[in-house]
Write a protein that binds this ligand. Sequence first.
Ligand SMILES: C[S@@+](CC[C@H](N)C(=O)[O-])C[C@H]1O[C@@H](n2cnc3c(N)ncnc32)[C@H](O)[C@@H]1O
Length: 312
Amino acid sequence: MATEYNEHTPVMLKEVLSFVPKNKKLTYVDMTLGRGGHASEILKVLRKGSSFYGIDRDEDALTYCKGFLLSYANKVDLHYLHAEFKDATDLLKESIPGADFILMDIGVSSPQFDDPERGFSYRYDAPLDMRMNQEDHLTAKIIINTYSEKELIRVFRDLGECECYYPVVKKILAVREERSINTTYELVDIIKSSLPAKFLHKDGHPAKQFFLGLRYEVNGEMEQLKIGLKKAIDFLNPNGRLVIISFNSEEDKVVKDTFKEVTNNNHVDKYAKNGSSTGYIALTKKPLVPTEEEVLKNNRSKPSILRALERI
Ligand SMILES: C[S@@+](CC[C@H](N)C(=O)[O-])C[C@H]1O[C@@H](n2cnc3c(N)ncnc32)[C@H](O)[C@@H]1O
């Protein structure tokens, strides 16, 4: 599928580029390679002799980018790693001591979302899958057909922040008594037929938050973010910078709290000098959001929230 669904417009590209350290060779780690939209533009501005490590948990992204980014090989050392946030820096440590620039543009890419086969979208009829890494075991189908009532409530209420989850959970349990639930459209029908009318006519698709909760659970996204972000921050070289783009307030809260923790005066950092205990400053006092112009051109950029940090 690597060549069929290729379009991904990088979000807040100008803003991301503004944080790339200038005038020196860099070790640049892209933790969310996707279709290389950000990576190709950042590689353009890197000095000759810089190094690049492109990481993704989705093998399709790596296959695509190995071809797409090949033209930069005469200027930058290109490396690729099939890994997830939680393990990425542990694996990188086998090759490099740290990074000068790290980008995390979290969530799913447009090619993942728009490929009906992957089952991420309530807009296409597809098997209930939603795995970013197709080698993982847990799928949305396993969750829907085997999780207990209590676990389904956790997925929809706590991860998806669904306002009205209980009738949907009850209906899933009832349908499961008769048959297995296999496809995105079957799940959409269950959601639509169990929600009270006032929830059906709210803004946005009625299945949106249910699908988000399922996606988070399948891919362990919140845990990946919490652990992976801390490890990435710790992996920065002195004067190294990290830019992270999240896509909703729940994700941004994790980012905000983590930044607060490491920029706090009580944070004990391995490189901290002059008796101070913190080793980081936030480069964005308030998070950046896309301009109206960008949202008009690319509606998918609308919810993005960018924060950046530097190791001092
Ligand atoms: C929004 S896309 C990145 C798009 C990319 N910046 C571009 O411009 O083409 C996010 C990518 O990160 C990957 N990803 C998400 N969570 C991940 C994780 N925990 N570990 C590794 N990769 C992850 C997804 O598979 C997806 O390809």
